[in-house]
Design a binder for this molecule. Structure first.
Ligand SMILES: [Zn+2]
Ligand SMILES: [Zn+2]
Length: 151
């Protein structure tokens, strides 16, 4: 079982009604700057980590979760009592995108890239050296950040 090979990461919503756990084995992690993530998070971007849906263990508060299908590929899940954005279901890929801000600890794999930077908030500047994608990472179109080469 994968759960035994990896440390367990715990997460919860703001009010504590919903709790979950996942193995510390994120398949990928990143920041998404798309307008949907901005509205849903109320912030400049969302920070997410992908875990196999079969490894996502909702340990408390299933009845407190409201699910919103924003598209056929994405179902957003949030706590109906405190409103915390918890995760997105990606049914066509069999993945769950956990919102990293709901985790209690730092996962081993931290965000590796920024996606949908082409539609990021005009009031936010990306200030790290991670790769920036115009749209999705799958589309793979990188933005030239014009950083000088390392000496
Ligand atoms: Zn809550
Ligand atoms: Zn997004």
């Amino acid at each position: 079982m994968p759960e035994q090979r990896f440390k367990t990461l715990y997460g919860r919503c703001l009010c504590g009604a919903v709790e979950y756990r996942i193995p510390d084995a994120l398949a990928y992690a990143g920041y998404c700057h798309c307008s949907d993530c901005r509205r849903f998070s109320g912030s400049a971007f969302s920070a997410y980590g992908g875990v196999q849906a079969t490894d996502f263990d909702l340990t408390k508060g299933y009845d407190c979760i409201t699910r919103y299908a924003k598209s056929e590929h994405t179902v957003l899940a949030f706590c109906r009592s405190c409103g915390s954005s918890l995760y997105a279901e990606k049914p066509s890929r069999g993945m769950i995108h956990v919102r990293l801000g709901t985790l209690d600890e730092v996962p081993t794999l931290t965000p590796q890239a920024h996606s949908f930077v082409g539609s990021k908030a005009g009031w936010f500047d990306v200030c790290d050296d991670l790769p920036q994608f115009e749209t999705s990472r799958a589309d793979g179109v990188l933005i030239d950040t014009k950083k000088p080469p390392e000496p």
